[in-house]
Design a protein around this ligand. Structure first.
Ligand SMILES: Cc1ncc(COP(=O)(O)O)c(C=O)c1O
Length: 446
C-alpha cells in the first residue's frame, strides 16, 4: 500500500492516522509543520527526525486511557528511544522511566527523572549495574534468585535499603514476532510461577531489601488485548498468593509495555482505551477477590509513545533497474534501522520530495550495507523515484536509532526534534574521527 493523499494535503488510506504528517505546497512531506526535504538539505541524510508534539500527544493518550484508576503511573521504556531530548520531553510530561542498563540510568537521571520513579529491569544485571542502581536509589526489578542475593549483599556493603520487585514470567504467548515475545514459558526473562513464592519469601528475609511490587512484560508490538488480560490475571493471582501465603502486601503492580502500533493500515491494532476498558475491570475484580487493596498500577509503554513520532530520512543515490526489480539505493541501511532486517518488519515509505505524486511504479528501497538482507522496504507502489529524492521511512521513532550501529564503518547519523514549525539538532552526526574515537593500536606496531 502506498502513501496516497488528497489535494488539501492530508493523507488518506495508509497514512490517514498519522495526523502529524502532511504535504505542503511544494509537494513535500512535512512533520510537525516542518518541511522534511528542507531538513534533509539543511542537516544532510541520513537523518532521524522526531515530532515533540506527537510524543506528548501519545503519552497523554496513554495516560488518559487509564485515568479512571488511581493511583496509576506511566514509566516510559527508555530503550525505545533514549535520546536525551526525548527523555526530557517525557520527564516534563510527568512520566517515570523504565531502564535496563547503567547507561539508561545515567541518561534518565540526566534528563531529570527522579530515582523514586525509575525501575531498573534486566535479566543479567552486572554487580556494577546493581551498585549503580543502589547508589541512585531506584527500584530494582529482580530477575533471579541469584540476583536477589547479589543485590542484598551490595546494598548491605553500601549501607542502603533498596526497593525491589520481581519480574514474573506469566507464560503467555502473544501473537507477535518470536523475538518480541518475552513472557513465553521458555523465555529468558522473569521468574516462573513455581519459583515466585519462594523468591518473595527470601526477599522478605533480606535485611537490605524492601519488597514493594511485582512486574511483568510479555512482549512488544502486541495487537490484541487477550494476552495482556491473561497475563494480568495471573499476575494478580500471584499477588494474592503472596498475601495469603506470606502476608506480603505489595504497593504496586507493573504491567510492562508492549502495546503495538499501526505500521500498516491493514494490520490489526489495539488502542490504550480499549486495553484499559478491558483490563481495568479485570484488575478491580482481582484486587477485590484477593483483598489486595488499591495497588498502584504502572505501565511501561515505549513503542506506543515514540514509534510513529519519528521518521528516518534517507536519500536515493542510485536507481538500478534489473530484469526483475527496480532498486532505489538509499544512504541508510540496517545500521540505522534494524527492524526490517531483524524482524522482517514493514515500515511504510513516502517519497518525501514527491509526496503529492501519484504512485506509478514498484520500487524496492535498498540500504547501503554489504548484506543482501539490507532492504528497507520491498516492492512498494510509489511515484517514479529518481536520484536525489528524499525518502521518509515512517514509524521509525522506536527501536530505530536506539538499535543503530557503525556496521560497515558508517558513522551514525544526526537526530533532529521538530516542534510546531521549528527544528533543532538533538544529536550531531558522528564523524569519521568518531570511528577511531576509542581505538588504539597495540604498542608492538611501530
Ligand atoms: C521490561 C520492558 N518494559 C517495557 C518495554 C517496552 O515495550 P514496548 O516498546 O513494546 O511498549 C520493554 C521492551 O522490550 C521491556 O523489555
Amino acid at each position: 500500500m502506498a502513501a496516497h493523499i488528497l489535494k488539501e494535503g492530508r493523507f488518506v488510506g495508509a497514512l490517514e492516522y498519522r495526523p502529524h504528517l502532511a504535504v505542503n505546497q511544494h509537494g513535500h512531506l512535512t512533520m510537525g509543520g516542518v518541511d522534511l526535504v528542507e531538513l534533509a538539505e539543511r542537516y544532510g541524510t541520513p537523518l532521524y527526525v522526531y515530532d515533540e508534539q506527537r510524543i506528548r500527544q501519545r503519552y497523554r493518550e496513554f495516560r488518559r486511557a487509564f485515568s479512571s484508576y488511581s493511583p496509576v503511573e506511566v514509566y516510559y521504556a527508555c530503550k525505545a528511544n533514549s535520546a536525551l531530548a526525548i527523555l526530557r520531553v517525557l520527564y516534563e510530561e510527568g512520566a517515570g522511566a523504565d531502564i535496563v542498563s547503567e547507561g539508561e540510568l545515567f541518561l534518565a537521571l540526566k534528563a531529570g527523572f527522579e530515582a523514586e520513579k525509575i525501575i531498573f529491569t534486566g535479566n543479567c544485571k552486572t554487580d556494577r549495574e546493581l551498585e549503580a542502581a543502589v547508589e541512585a536509589g531506584v527500584t530494582v526489578n529482580l530477575d533471579s534468585l541469584d540476583e536477589l542475593e547479589r543485590l542484598d549483599a551490595i546494598a548491605g556493603e553500601l549501607g542502603r535499603e533498596v526497593r525491589v520487585c520481581f519480574r514474573v514470567n506469566p507464560e503467555v504467548s502473544p501473537e507477535t514476532h518470536p523475538h518480541l515475545a518475552t513472557g513465553l514459558r521458555e523465555s529468558k526473562f522473569g521468574l516462573h510461577e513455581k519459583l515466585v513464592v519462594e523468591a518473595y519469601r527470601r526477599a522478605a528475609e533480606c535485611r537490605n531489601l524492601r519488597v514493594t511490587g511485582i512486574h511483568m512484560h510479555i512482549g512488544s508490538q502486541i495487537t490484541s488485548t487477550s494476552p495482556f488480560l491473561e497475563a494480568a490475571g495471573r499476575l494478580f493471582d500471584i499477588a494474592g498468593r503472596l498475601k495469603r501465603e506470606l502476608g506480603i502486601e505489595l504497593e504496586f503492580a507493573d504491567l510492562g509495555g508492549g502495546v503495538g502500533i499501526r505500521y500498516t493500515a491493514e494490520q490489526s491494532f489495539i488502542t490504550p482505551e480499549q486495553l484499559a476498558s478491558e483490563m481495568l475491570p479485570l484488575i478491580e475484580r482481582k484486587l477485590e477477590e484477593h483483598g489486595l487493596g488499591r495497588m498502584k498500577l504502572i505501565f511501561e509503554p515505549g513503542r506506543y509513545i515514540v514509534g510513529d513520532a519519528g521518521v528516518l530520512l534517507t536519500k536515493v543515490h542510485t536507481v538500478k533497474e534489473t530484469p526483475y526489480k527496480v532498486f532505489a539505493g538509499c544512504d541508510a541501511g540496517f545500521n540505522l534501522l534494524l527492524r526490517p532486517a531483524m524482524y522482517g518488519a514493514h515500515h511504510e515509505v513516502v517519497v518525501a520530495s514527491r509526496a503529492s505524486a501519484e504512485p506509478e511504479t514498484v520500487v524496492t528501497f535498498a540500504g547501503n550495507l554489504c548484506e543482501s538482507g539490507d532492504i528497507l522496504a520491498r516492492d512498494r507502489h510509489v511515484p517514479a523515484v529518481r536520484r536525489g529524492d528524499v525518502v521518509a521511512v515512517l514509524d521509525a521513532g522506536a527501536y530505530g536509532f536506539a538499535m543503530s550501529s557503525q556496521y560497515n564503518s558508517r558513522p551514525r547519523c544526526a537526530e533532529v526534534l521538530v516542534k510546531e514549525g521549528r527544528a533543532e539538532l538533538i544529536r550531531q552526526a558522528e564523524s569519521l574521527e568518531d570511528l577511531l574515537a576509542k581505538q588504539r593500536l597495540p604498542e608492538w606496531f611501530e
